[in-house]
Design a protein around this ligand. Structure first.
Ligand code: MG
Length: 189
């Protein structure tokens, strides 16, 4: 088999996590800020949530290959729109963040469903009510030269998936208490 000059396209979980962390930081988005949205959201439904489990959930999600592809693509679309690199009407549609353009939400729905359908309703809540860092991204995106059309949805979706994972982990722990076993193994969430 002839290899096309051996470009690296497969990355380890750690590498993908590091890339994602850097890409988000480049837009002023910290793991803690995403975890804070998850914490606020899940606290409405479950007592005694620690911020650590929210951070752990965001970190885990940021290491997943599918999410890596989403984050990297979303960030690049926004950058290209900022630089006016798209041709045709889609350039202005993305740059101006047209309300009826929904492909950013489609990507968000995909990521937010990682830990179950509830993640998608959680994403809808964040998308409509724009909590924390999502609001900051959305507001900054209205400034001249800045486009966050895709970034705000990806960040909201990660927060939604993380808050859903927190609920899944806590339910798993309750179920394990019922059967008197403490740790889970191959079914780790
Ligand atoms: Mg958007």
């Amino acid at each position: 088999m002839v290899h096309k000059n051996a470009k690296k396209i497969i990355f380890t979980r750690q590498e993908m996590f590091d890339f994602n962390k850097k890409t988000l930081l480049n837009r002023g988005v910290t793991i803690e800020a995403i975890a804070e949205i998850s914490f606020q959201q899940q606290s409405k439904y479950t007592d005694d949530i620690s911020r650590d489990i929210c951070i752990e959930s965001v970190e885990k999600i940021l290491s997943l290959r599918d999410v890596f592809h989403h984050v990297q693509l979303a960030a690049e679309i926004d950058r290209l729109a900022e630089e006016g690199m798209f041709k045709g009407p889609i350039q202005d549609i993305i740059y101006e963040d047209l309300g009826l353009f929904g492909i950013d939400e489609t990507m968000g729905l995909d990521v937010s469903g990682l830990y179950g359908t509830i993640g998608q309703t959680n994403f809808g809540d964040i998308d409509v009510n724009k909590h924390g860092i999502v609001k900051r991204l959305n507001d900054a995106g209205k400034e001249d030269g800045i486009c966050h059309t895709f970034m705000d949805d990806i960040v909201g979706a990660i927060a939604a998936a993380a808050s859903t994972r927190v609920a899944q982990v806590m339910n798993e722990e309750i179920a394990h208490e019922d059967i008197g076993v403490k740790r889970f193994s191959i079914f780790d969430l």
